[in-house]
Design a protein. Structure first.
Length: 477
């Protein structure tokens, strides 16, 4: 059982005072940072740096294009009414994402109206909409009040043959027309190739070079089917970095579970913008999740990520979106998964209590969350039990705590003990020692005291139920 699931779970909350005491051990966190070669705040990756590749690395210099309200709307369960879209947009803005991408206004009349409504909210995040590489869509998009338009068209042979049916010459001509048109309206424009990793490299570099020359703000790479691996992502972004001068955005599907790792590699190779959605929702299994990306980049450079985003809002945003699309936050979600900061095994618990850095790369308090140590199970150890004894304000010697721990393990071999079970046992043990009815190693005496305690609790419960039972006829009369 874990903390966020059940208040009565068998875990000891380490309260703020104790947390401070734990952090005061002063063990250095491993991920040192330094001011980078370009004046950016950069991660110190290796002691022999700088290498040529460090000059490209944007792990500490990136922007998020949050696409819950575009890609996320393509998630099978998603239906966002206007109110929900506005709530999500405001939450993302308060979190601090640099861009919010919205569904094409060409999709439906309500999509167009919602796009206009969100543009009018006056958010700090820039508002983008996402359209096909087509003048009809572009004409509608530029009238909505967006700060920029993301244009996309498939370049792989699959999509050229089976989706839009256009060749590279036609794609290039239309791209130029659409980009120039959007630019003429004084707003940002991005050109992206769909299914980039199954497209011909020469086709890709050629069209990216063309649109860069006419002044596109960003080019986008899309792993539309989630087929790319980190090395392939690194290579393509690195190659593109040498060909265009504009910013580079990347959009990564998660079909093989690579979306976060791929995003990290894209930044290492010089990408500047990462597409995300809350909980990763999107077409099929979706794209790089906002929370997972933040966890990954926080681990690389906590100060940079903390300075950019309101991390305490992550859980609230995920809950908002989870509810809107009727899913649960996955149990193994980075940061907000319901056991993300619960430590169980005795070896872990001891070290965590001495210094949380031993088994934590993310600090729960930076995300407005709490660390827990789970105690009532057979993998527990006397150090974890001691911390609970101290929280309860009981005075036991180490020898006595070890004796009580042995009893917890014995009981937990039959079933996991709730926090209440553990607390009762420790209180009974303590009062037995105080009264002289118990000494270390007197298992039978302890069993007797526990039996007595359970009986008196059962009697109290019965006594409490009694008035309700007698009251029933009165209310029904
Ligand atoms: C990989 C991605 O996620 S890209 C973003 C996906 N987003 C969307 O699809 C937005 C929601 N879509 C919609 O509302 C509709 O599909 C619309 C309004 C865009 C188009 O609807 P329809 O005109 O009914 O066409 P339909 O959806 O059946 O087919 C797509 C059309 O766009 C064309 N097309 C597909 N991709 C592109 C592109 N990137 N650029 C230009 N044209 C394209 C197809 O050839 C097809 O044209 P056709 O009408 O000549 O057959
Ligand atoms: O516009 C883009 O870059 C990406 C479009 C998309 O959703 C995809 O290719 O999966
Ligand atoms: Zn996508």
């Amino acid at each position: 059982m874990c903390p966020h699931q059940n208040e009565d779970s068998p875990v000891a909350v380490i309260n703020k005072d104790q947390m401070t005491a734990i952090d005061m051990s002063g063990a250095p966190r491993l991920n040192g940072t330094t001011n980078g070669v370009n004046g950016h705040h950069q991660q110190r990756h290796n002691p022999y740096a700088p290498r040529a590749s460090d000059f490209l690395n944007n792990v500490s210099n990136f922007k998020i294009i949050e696409s819950t309200l575009r890609e996320g709307e393509q998630f099978a369960n998603a239906f966002f009414d206007t109110q929900t879209k506005v709530a999500i947009a405001k939450a993302l803005d308060a979190f601090g994402v640099e861009y919010i991408e919205l569904t094409s206004p060409a999709a439906s009349e309500q999509s167009r109206l919602d796009c206009e409504a969100i543009c009018k909210l006056g958010l700090r995040s820039k508002i983008l909409t996402h359209i096909r590489c087509h003048m009809d869509d572009a004409r509608i998009a530029v009238e909505t009040g967006v700060d920029g338009v993301d244009v996309v068209i498939g370049t792989s042979s699959y999509l050229r043959e089976f989706s839009h049916g256009k060749d590279m010459a036609y794609i290039t001509k239309t791209a130029i027309e659409v980009i120039n048109f959007v630019k003429s309206k004084g707003i940002e424009v991005r050109f992206s190739t769909e299914d980039s990793f199954r497209s011909d490299l020469v086709d890709l570099l050629s069209i990216y070079q063309t649109v860069d020359k006419i002044g596109v703000n960003r080019v986008g790479i899309a792993d539309t089917v989630g087929c790319a691996n980190p090395r392939q992502v690194y290579d393509l972004v690195r190659t593109l970095r040498g060909v265009v001068g504009c910013d580079i955005e990347i959009h990564l599907h998660n079909d093989t579970g690579m979306a976060i790792a791929n995003a990290y590699c894209a930044l290492e190779a010089g990408a500047t913008h990462i597409d995300t959605s809350v909980l990763g929702i999107g077409e099929r299994v979706g794209i790089t999740p906002l929370g997972g990306l933040v966890a990954c980049l926080y681990a690389a450079d906590p100060e940079y990520v903390k300075s950019k985003y309101n991390l305490g809002m992550l859980r609230e945003i995920e809950n908002l979106v989870a509810e809107a699309v009727e899913v649960n936050v996955p149990f193994m979600n980075p940061i907000t998964g319901y056991c993300a900061f619960t430590h169980k095994a005795g070896i872990h618990a001891k070290a965590i209590l001495n210094n949380p850095s031993t088994y934590e790369i993310l600090k729960p308090e930076d995300f407005g969350l709490t660390r827990y140590v789970s105690i009532g199970h057979r993998l527990t150890g006397w150090n974890a039990v001691k911390s609970r004894v101290e929280q309860l304000g009981l005075k036991l010697t180490d020898e006595e705590i070890k004796d009580a721990t042995a009893k917890i393990k014995e009981l937990a071999d039959v079933r996991t003990q709730s926090m209440d079970d553990v607390d009762s046992l420790l209180r009974v043990y303590h009062s037995g020692i105080q009264s002289g009815e118990l000494a270390v190693g007197q298992g039978e005496a302890l069993d007797r005291l526990l039996r007595k305690h359970r009986q008196s609790v059962a009697q109290e419960n019965e006594a409490e139920i009694q008035p309700v039972t007698t009251a029933t006829p009165v209310t029904s009369a």
